[in-house]
Design a protein around this ligand. Structure first.
Ligand SMILES: Nc1ncnc2c1ncn2[C@@H]1O[C@H](COP(=O)(O)OP(=O)(O)O)[C@@H](O)[C@H]1O
Ligand SMILES: [Mg+2]
Length: 601
């Protein structure tokens, strides 16, 4: 985010001298075009052909035909008149047909290329490390993946097409004018340069407004994603008003800016049309005078009027197109920044589980989130195959951090993590995650059916295996009571299920995954007593024959653990079995006594 802001500051700084901005974005332009490589020919021929035909066939050549038509009419030359009208229709028909075919072809290549870019972006985002998601607003990322990504499409289609068209039509018109009558041509080009000058006066302020609108749109996406992902919280704390006001404000700002931009465009349009009319009148007067003195004919004057419009178009669009390209490339740049973010480390060579007894070992592990005090401070712990080890201790002590480290969400700073007696580094991240089933405090469910959600544990599982997993997880009964059984859609994040039901679906998923290591992070702390019991039963089944690390808030649930670690301020301050720790009369015993007193009322 900081990086993005800096880039923006740079653009504004450089915005003063248009040429420097263009240089700055040259890399982005080349990169955007590189995605088109597999379809370069179709796209290139399509976009160039379409615009060249539109420019020459429908404008420049048409001007010459106008000339013949007018001269034929003035000179009452019937055969010439008919021939010219026929040619005009033929030209119109052929050009339109070719343009339609070419447009269809190059639009198809744009669609495929955009699909590639979207796919690549989506894949990349999934491989970004956990920390990237914690340090960035999800809306900011969404905005890059939607608003900004769409600007690339605009570049391929409208911006480049517009430039090709304006350049071809402008230059061809200039050449045609000189071929027809050079004194009038000089006069017409002088008018064009005047138009260009007037239009560039506006370009800078358009760029500024566009930048602000882009930023505002990004903020709106952020506000939206805040509201949507935080609905329960927003409702719980009656934050609706605050959020709505924030959103309204940005929305109004953007609307205000858009209105301002529209007003400016309208103003520029009317200036351009006045300039156009003046040019028209000027050419009629100059050309008419020459025609009367037999310096030229009326047909040529007619052709000039048409060509003048083309030159005027090039000059009036030059500024707009430059602004447009800059805006679009700034958007592309934000997408490329995202694509350049480093991803998690890639896998090493395939490796099998060792058959060591030590399933998991942390030795002197140090880890910190960003700057500041370490969240884990030389923490050591060991879990043997088949054991259940509990992590307990005050909130904020670092228990969840241990779990997340074991899942490979973060790399440690120093110390070591070992699985089956081998360094964590020697496994690829997907191998690490394949050998672990993880049940967090609140199950994460995806939009879709119950069956699909269980299947995420093992994409190859059969229907029968899914049902067996659900039965083992105490979930089969309530699933059958759902309106469509296993095929019931559960709503986004399982909003149509209770906490306990969601948790049992997550447990069924873990059953299906059948991983040797099980990480449970306060899996029942969000549940009421009734669902807690059902989930506990399911978990007990799941834990059988596996190596388990259980983070527990309620100490009564860990009394039977093979070993208990008390984690406080990132360190393991006590360890042992329940009875040993009670006898020790330390932190564990104190926490235990407090909870007993609470339970007693
Ligand atoms: N994503 C994060 N970014 C920054 N700090 C974090 C993050 N997650 C946890 N912490 C901090 O790390 C410490 C340990 O947190 P955590 O492992 O969640 O504790 P526990 O699970 O024992 O309650 C706390 O001080 C917490 O504020
Ligand atoms: Mg925690």
């Amino acid at each position: 985010m900081v990086q993005g802001a800096m880039r923006e500051a740079e653009c504004v700084l450089l915005g003063g001298g248009g040429r420097m901005v263009k240089l700055q974005y040259w890399q982005e332009f080349k990169r955007a075009m590189s995605y088109m490589k597999p379809r370069a020919w179709t796209y290139g021929i399509g976009i160039v052909g379409n615009n060249v035909i539109a420019a020459l066939g429908l404008n420049i050549l048409m001007a010459f035909i106008y000339k013949d038509i007018v001269n034929a009419a003035v000179g009452s030359d019937m055969p010439l008149l008919l021939r010219s009208i026929g040619t005009a229709f033929a030209l119109l028909a052929v050009s339109s047909l070719l343009c339609t075919i070419l447009t269809y072809r190059y639009n198809a290549s744009i669609r495929y290329t955009m699909t590639d870019i979207r796919q690549q972006t989506f894949r990349h985002v999934q491989r970004l490390p956990m920390s990237r998601f914690e340090n960035t607003h999800s809306g900011e990322m969404l905005s890059r993946m939607t608003n900004d990504l769409n600007t690339i499409e605009h570049l391929y289609a409208d911006s480049l097409g517009g430039i090709i068209y304006a350049v071809v039509v402008g230059f061809a018109a200039a050449i045609a004018m000189f071929a027809l009558n050079w004194p009038i041509a000089l006069f017409a080009i002088a008018l064009g340069i005047l138009t260009f000058y007037v239009n560039t006066r506006f370009a800078d302020s358009f760029r500024k407004i566009n930048d602000e609108i882009q930023r505002g749109t990004g903020k709106m996406t952020q506000a939206l994603s805040d509201v949507i992902s935080g609905v329960p919280l927003v409702k719980m704390f009656s934050l609706g008003g605050v959020i709505i006001r924030k959103y309204d404000q940005t929305n109004e700002d953007v609307a205000g800016l858009s209105t301002k931009r529209t007003r400016k465009y309208a103003y520029l349009d009317s200036v351009n049309s006045v300039l156009g009319s003046l040019s028209f009148v000027g050419i009629v007067i100059v050309g008419g005078a020459m025609a009367l003195k037999k310096g030229t004919d009326f047909g040529t004057v007619m052709a000039f009027i048409k060509l003048q419009g083309n030159i005027g178009f090039m000059f009036s669009q030059a500024g707009n197109l430059a602004t447009d390209v800059q805006r679009v490339l700034a958007g592309a740049n934000r997408v490329f920044e995202l694509l350049d973010d480093p991803v998690e480390r890639e896998g090493s060579e395939r490796s099998l589980l060792g058959d060591e007894k030590k399933a998991i070992e942390l030795d002197g592990a140090v880890f910190r989130y960003g700057e500041g005090a370490p969240a884990l401070d030389r923490l050591s712990l060991a879990v043997e195959r088949g054991q259940t080890v509990a992590l307990v201790g005050p909130s904020g002590g670092g228990k969840s951090t241990v779990v997340k480290l074991l899942l490979g969400f973060y790399p440690i700073e120093s110390g070591s993590v070992k699985y089956w007696g081998r360094s964590g580094q020697s496994y690829s991240l997907s191998e690490v995650r394949d050998m672990i089933a993880y049940v967090p405090q609140e199950a994460y469910l995806f939009d879709g059916t119950i069956e699909e959600n269980i299947r995420y544990g093992n994409m190859d599982a059969s229907r029968e295996a899914i049902i067996a997993a659900a039965k083992a997880a105490n979930a089969h009964e309530f699933i059958q009571e759902q309106p469509d059984g296993y095929l019931t859609a559960i709503g986004e994040r399982g909003s149509r299920l209770s906490g306990g039901q969601k948790q049992r679906i997550a447990i069924a998923r873990a059953f299906l995954k059948n991983a040797p290591i099980l990480l449970l992070d306060e899996p029942t702390s969000a549940l009421d007593a009734e669902s807690e019991k059902q989930v506990q039963d399911a978990l007990r089944m799941l834990a059988k024959g596996r190596t388990v690390i259980l983070v527990a808030h309620r100490l009564s649930t860990v009394e039977h653990a093979d070993r208990i670690y008390v984690i406080d301020r990132g360190q393991s301050v006590e360890e042992g079995r329940h009875e040993e720790l009670i006898r020790k009369q330390g932190l564990y015993e104190r926490l235990y006594r407090l909870q007993l007193k609470d339970a007693a009322g």
